[in-house]
Design a protein around this ligand. Structure first.
Ligand SMILES: [Zn+2]
Length: 446
């Protein structure tokens, strides 16, 4: 890509093209319009020195700011950007700057350009500013582990369509001030691939409490919301086809025995068959939620499994409730990662065997004999070299912050270990299964 011309700014006539922030600028109607409503299409600020020296003097004479690496991230990524990018899925470009090239602590922000094929380039401003400090900025691993230590660019929806875009770090500057010296940066190619939608029918199962016989226990809306959000954020899809209902659980009575989830799956299977015969998409996976009655009635989850064919069905169920710190989870629901695990089974994912099973204590996870290729020691989402780092966009509606997920403490969702996320291994495998089901199980006239 070395022969590509330098990116140009969009021409001024393109007032309805996305602005630098990725939003469409308002159209300017010269007739009957207040002059105050004119769109700002001029670049808002040229980098320049303020009257009082804004930048530490050292930054002006320093060598070019170095770039340690750039990751284009959706769920999990490596520095060589080998993990598939799904078209339409929220995407962040993380730039890791080398603090050795500034003489003193300096706030830095900047812009990238992105362009599709031979189209015009769009400027995109960073969503944050980073403090580049020769004494305080962590090493590359530390930068990847902390979303506040990378310069972050959220790609606009226009950039996420199927196909390739070219990205380039254009410049760095002190916020509102002068540009920092930066060598011309190489272009990167981000290739977005369309993925099937994830079809989930979430079924809340109601039951009568034995602790308080007049009470009916029903999963709250928050648990559905957390599961839906987590699947949207962590699964290899850009979109969910989601529906939810609450029904009475057949033979669902606490205290729950060890086969309770098998009974629930039988009910869900029958429901799924009936609904598919009356028009439900046969690619829909069904997931049952059973509230844990504030910890008093815990139903262990499971997925439908055919021992003879060694194939999982498209039906699973699990508990929901408030985790109170269980497995490192302190938000309002554990239905999210628990459900993502059980649904992972319905996409033919198996137990990799972490934490190591202890047959005496009965703790840990027995490894599924058919799971022979899980790549990471300890069930983590990365090798010890930290080739992979996870990333969670968060969900403002649920108060969940955007954060990086260090690969040395986060475990694959198919383990029983704490702090779960999808490893690249599980991410790619679920994607492959979704692609398979999308055609193999498609309704005959769809
Ligand atoms: Zn499992």
């Amino acid at each position: 890509m070395t022969t590509k011309p330098r990116a140009r700014r969009p021409r001024k006539s393109a007032a309805d093209a996305p602005s630098a922030s990725g939003r469409a600028a308002p159209k300017y109607d010269p007739v009957g319009s207040s002059p105050y409503e004119q769109p700002t299409i001029r670049r808002p600020r040229r980098a320049r020195m303020a009257a009082t020296a804004l930048a530490p003097a050292g930054t002006r004479s320093a060598a070019n700011v170095g770039v340690r690496g750039v990751e284009i991230v959706q769920v999990i990524q490596a520095l060589d950007n080998r993990v598939r990018l799904i078209a339409g899925k929220p995407t962040i470009v993380r730039v890791y700057l080398d603090p050795a090239t500034v003489a003193a602590s300096t706030l830095v922000t900047g812009e990238i350009t992105w362009r599709r094929a031979n189209g015009g380039a769009f400027y995109l401003a960073a969503m944050n500013r980073v403090k580049l400090d020769p004494a305080g900025t962590p090493d590359l691993m530390g930068q990847r582990f902390d979303v506040a230590e990378s310069l972050n660019f959220v790609l606009p929806a226009d950039a996420l369509g199927a196909g390739s875009i070219e990205l380039r770090l254009d410049h760095l500057n002190v916020p509102g001030g002068e540009k920092l010296p930066l060598a011309a940066q190489p272009a990167m190619i981000a290739n977005f691939v369309a993925a099937p939608v994830l079809r989930i029918r979430a079924i809340g199962l109601r039951y009568r409490s034995t602790n308080a016989p007049t009470a009916t226990i029903t999963p709250g809306a928050i648990h559905f919301d957390y599961l839906r959000s987590y699947l949207t954020r962590a699964y290899p899809v850009a979109a969910l086809e989601w529906s939810q209902i609450v029904i009475d659980g057949d033979r669902l009575r606490p205290p729950f025995g060890s086969n309770q989830s098998i009974l629930v799956n039988a009910q869900l299977s029958a429901l799924r068959m009936r609904e598919i015969s009356s028009g439900m998409d046969p690619r829909a996976h069904y997931y049952g939620l059973v509230d844990n009655e504030a910890g008093k009635s815990f139903m262990r989850g499971s997925a439908l499994y055919d021992e003879a064919t060694t194939i999982f069905g498209a039906v699973a169920c699990g508990p929901c409730g408030v985790p109170n710190g269980w497995t490192g989870d302190s938000d309002a629901s554990f239905a999210d990662w628990y459900g993502a695990h059980e649904l992972g089974h319905t996409f033919q994912r198996r137990h990799p065997g972490f934490p190591t099973f202890d047959p005496v204590q009965g703790t840990g996870q027995p490894r599924d004999n058919l799971e022979t290729t899980f790549p990471y020691a300890g069930g983590l989402i990365s090798s010890p070299a930290q080739e992979f780092v996870g990333f969670d966009f968060g969900d403002p509606a649920l108060g969940l912050q955007m954060r990086a997920l260090p690969g040395n403490i986060h475990h694959d969702v198919m383990t029983y270990a704490d702090s779960q996320w999808l490893s690249a291994y599980t991410y790619e495998a679920i994607h492959d299964r979704l692609v398979h089901e999308d055609t193999a199980l498609a309704p005959p006239n769809a």
